[in-house]
Design a protein around this ligand. Structure first.
Ligand SMILES: *[C@@H]1O[C@H](CO)[C@@H](O)[C@H](O)[C@H]1NC(C)=O
Ligand SMILES: *[C@@H]1O[C@H](CO)[C@@H](O)[C@H](O)[C@H]1NC(C)=O
Length: 622
């Protein structure tokens, strides 16, 4: 039997069919909007207008794009088999006033300003190059292939780069391009896809996050209409298990089938895949006032809250969770990198997004943060022990019996932890956490500077000190580490080996030498800059940016680097994921912008660098 479908309440109605006859009033409004558009459509040079205007250029004339969505399927009418009887409502009440996250910046000198604006322009030009090629050679497709100027489909074929870049276009001040993109977005048909199944996580953070953020900035209604269509499709992921835990693969055609639920077989799910959909579904619920979107993720959070103390390292969650039994007590591998990262990141961010009105996020954050600090963070053993005392890295741990072992392996993906501790530390007034955030960020800055190309590799090992207090250089310990991780007996003597590998002292193994255009290091540098106001961060960011551009530049855009240990760099790979424009260049642009552009006291970034509006301005303390 086909269950009754509950259509969203209070959701702005959307035209799936072509619009009916327009009346005179409508024509008049359209003419006025056109007039306003004409007035506003002169190209804006972001350096000639105050940044506040630059950011808000269209807020007073929302919905400039007339649209009709011609979708082959209306996801609001899709079946939902594992019926939910009662929805957890969005928390209500007066949002808590969190302490200010942002440093109170003093006015800059004209020398500082000139330098900053020059750097900002360089980032903007780099963005413009890739965007121009995307428009010309890969328009509305998932990715631009940056070496040969072809296009590639990788995330459902709905134009991942197009949607992921919307808010960047807005923030970087590419007004005409933003409106071209919004028009193109109206033509996306979420009723069908080029792949049989989609990643729920990636589709949520890139597409849904992209729509919601661009809507928060511009109030263009078509963005919300598409967010609802996509949100309704992704909502079917919560129908893939009897207990409404979302599996990561959603089979799009099966999800339309009224006779059977989208997925019958139960599998283990990675922690990040099911536990970091909270921000996007919550923001969608806040904007539409439709409780079922919030309810879906609130259920996952309630489960995490029950389960947090039952894992093999209470406070932390293992990489893989059995979605059916909800048993978390078996997993023995823990990481803050791939497969887990954003779930932890979203604990403090959800607190901010909900104005502190749901206490479980603060509790989840505090319990996990102290265990990350205790078991995963380590000081690296490097020749300059004074410098070493300023650095931290974040490794993986495994549990065997009662023994917890640290694997001193760091991923580029893990570099977001600096910003996470900084943000969490400020929100919950924990100076120790802010200090950890600064040291973790320094760790990534150090790793960038240590490599011949000036770019940190995807995955590497660096020897861990016994403790964080004293750690004099020990050549024998380093050599032991190198022998353990990367040196095999067939190699010549140790010194020749490390020279040939260009292994900087302290580093024991570069397991993955690539740089995939990832944003996590600059993300933490930006957040720590906004928190502390330390000017050195600007120079570190500039060094990162120039090294990255030097190694990744192609004639059409920027490509992945195959080996960061190589200098001068070889030709980049023919791959440019959507996060290059959505995240990496946005963070670089923001650090060289006036610090109240996307203030962290008003906005909170999802894990794909899409800023969502926080509920109320915080009261600045002290
Ligand atoms: C979790 O376990 C620890 C140690 O067993 C205990 O101190 C703490 O109160 C527990 N927390 C919760 C929320 O149950
Ligand atoms: C240096 O490391 C080696 C191997 O771990 C260890 O045996 C030795 O005691 C260390 N030396 C000092 C001075 O700590």
């Amino acid at each position: 039997m086909r269950p009754r479908i509950k259509l969203p309440r209070n959701v702005p109605t959307q035209s799936i069919a072509p619009r009916r006859k327009r009346n005179l009033t409508y024509a008049f409004i359209a003419a006025s909007i056109f007039g306003l558009y004409y007035l506003w459509s002169r190209p804006i040079d972001p350096y000639s207008v105050p940044f506040s205007q630059h950011l808000g250029w269209m807020n007073d004339r929302a919905n400039a794009v007339k649209h009709t969505i011609e979708a082959s399927y209306d996801w609001r009418k899709a079946p939902f088999h594992n019926t939910i009887k009662e929805y957890t409502p969005l928390p209500t009440g007066v949002p808590k006033s969190f302490p200010a996250i942002q440093h109170k910046f003093a006015p800059e000198s004209s020398t500082q300003k000139t330098k900053r604006e020059r750097r900002r322009m360089a980032v903007r030009n780099e963005f413009a190059r890739s965007w121009k090629s995307y428009k010309q050679y890969a328009w509305a497709q998932d990715e631009l292939a940056p070496v040969d100027g072809s296009a590639a489909e990788s995330f459902g074929g709905w134009g991942a780069t197009l949607v992921d870049s919307l808010d960047s276009l807005w923030i970087l001040g590419f007004k005409d391009d933003f409106y071209k993109a919004v028009k193109a977005v109206a033509a996306i048909d979420f009723g069908k896809t080029s792949s049989s199944s989609i990643s729920v996580f990636e589709t949520t953070i890139r597409y849904l996050g992209g729509f919601l953020s661009a809507y928060d900035l511009s109030h263009e209604k078509v963005l919300l209409d598409q967010a609802i269509q996509l949100g309704e499709m992704l909502y079917r992921a919560f129908d893939t298990t009897p207990n409404n835990m979302p599996l990561d693969r959603l089979f799009v055609e099966t999800a339309k089938d009224a006779n059977s639920p989208p997925s019958a077989s139960l599998v283990n799910i990675c922690f990040a895949c099911f536990a970091s959909l909270t921000m996007e579904f919550t923001r969608l619920a806040q904007i539409t006032q439709e409780p079922k979107y919030y309810d879906a993720v609130a259920r996952v959070t309630a489960f995490l809250d029950r389960a947090q103390n039952t894992t093999r390292i209470p406070g932390l969650f293992p990489i893989s969770v059995d979605a059916n039994s909800e048993d978390v007590s078996l997993g023995s591998q823990f990481t803050i990198g791939a497969l887990e990262d954003s779930s932890y990141e979203y604990f403090p961010k959800m607190s901010a997004l909900l104005g502190g009105l749901e206490p479980s996020y603060e509790k989840l954050w505090k319990a996990s943060a102290s265990m990350i600090d205790k078991h995963m963070l380590y000081r690296p053993l490097i020749p300059d022990s004074k410098r070493g005392s300023e650095l931290l890295f974040c490794g993986d741990v495994s549990v065997n019996g009662d023994e917890i072992t640290l694997q001193p392996e760091m991923q580029h993906l893990t570099c977001f932890v600096g910003g996470m501790f900084g943000l969490g530390g400020r929100l919950f007034s924990n100076e120790h956490h802010v200090d950890l955030g600064a040291k973790l960020t320094e760790g990534c800055i150090f790793a960038y500077k240590s490599m011949p190309s000036g770019i940190m590799p995807e995955i590497f090992n660096i020897a861990a000190c016994e403790d964080r207090i004293t750690c004099p250089w020990n050549e024998t310990a380093w050599e032991e580490g190198v022998r353990r991780y990367s040196y095999t007996r067939t190699h010549k003597d140790f010194q020749t080996f490390v020279a040939e590998e260009k292994l900087p002292r302290g580093f024991t193994y570069i397991r993955d030498k690539r740089y995939l255009l990832r944003p996590e290091a600059i993300e933490s540098v930006l957040i720590m800059y906004r928190i502390t106001g330390y000017e050195e961060y600007l120079d570190h960011a500039w060094d990162m940016f120039t090294s990255i551009v030097e190694a990744t530049k192609t004639s059409f855009g920027n490509g992945q680097v195959y080996n960061v240990m190589e200098y001068p760099p070889a030709t980049p790979e023919n791959k440019m994921e959507s996060f290059w424009l959505a995240e990496t260049l946005k963070y670089f642009y923001l650090i060289f912008s006036p610090p109240d552009m996307i203030s962290l006291d008003e906005w909170v970034f999802n894990t794909e660098a899409h800023p969502f509006r926080r509920p109320a301005l915080v009261k600045i303390k002290g």
